[in-house]
Design a protein around this ligand. Sequence first.
Ligand code: SAM
Length: 258
Amino acid sequence: MAATDWSAKQYLKFEAERTRPSRDLLAQIPLNSPRNIVDLGCGPGNSTAVLLSQYPNACVAGMDSSPDMIQKARETLPRVEFTVDDLSTYTPQEPVDLFFSNAVFQWLPRGQRLKTIKRLMQLQPSGGVFAFQVPDNLAEPSHVSMQETAADGAWSEVQSAVRDSFQSPQEIYDELKPLCADVNIWHTYYNHSLENHEAVVEWVKGTGLRPFIDPLSPADRDAFLKAYLGRIQKAYPKSVDGRVLLRYPRLFVVATRN
Ligand SMILES: C[S@@+](CC[C@H](N)C(=O)[O-])C[C@H]1O[C@@H](n2cnc3c(N)ncnc32)[C@H](O)[C@@H]1O
């Protein structure tokens, strides 16, 4: 696993919470029996397993740019075809009835996201569905604290690590609607009860913190995480049972081809 690769082990520490949005997304997909399904950015296969249980007769495949994630996905679901590939160039071999993507497109550069979605949608048959979910949490204390920590310390490598915001629902609708009979967009705010403040840090260490801490030396990484934890302790109160509520807004889109 390369130093900057994703870690399936770290990511799966919060598997139940991270997989729940894929079930909520799936619940709104207007397809009874899609034949070909691709899980874009399938990670360790957790979202792929949700697709398989909903559509046991479909041909389900998964792709992801991380070798570590794909290795874990193959171990977990040996009968599924998983490929290491990058979304910016990925092209399926056959028409796909359902493209599904849970918590992936926010990692593409802003200018690539809707362009990639539209390129793949144009390959779909009429009635095909493109469904995706992305976190909408850059304004949450968990993410503002990353930026503040980066700006406050001697970590010049990470000053520009901030992920850019996702397109607004209006922008998404206006871009996708010319290709679609229907574009269904909504937000859900999860409030995850985590064991303590350290658990908030563990959660984002597997995802949003990666661009901030991956470029740092081990010593600087430890110092960054300590400073970040201090901010998290100030930003989130303890609940009555000593746990910490992590508010987590997510944006969902289900687009049906015309
Ligand atoms: C937050 S994980 C989501 C995993 C899984 N879909 C789930 O529901 O939990 C994001 C995944 O997107 C993948 N990813 C990020 N950029 C990508 C790209 N350009 N092409 C393909 N996969 C990408 C990462 O390797 C990672 O596995």
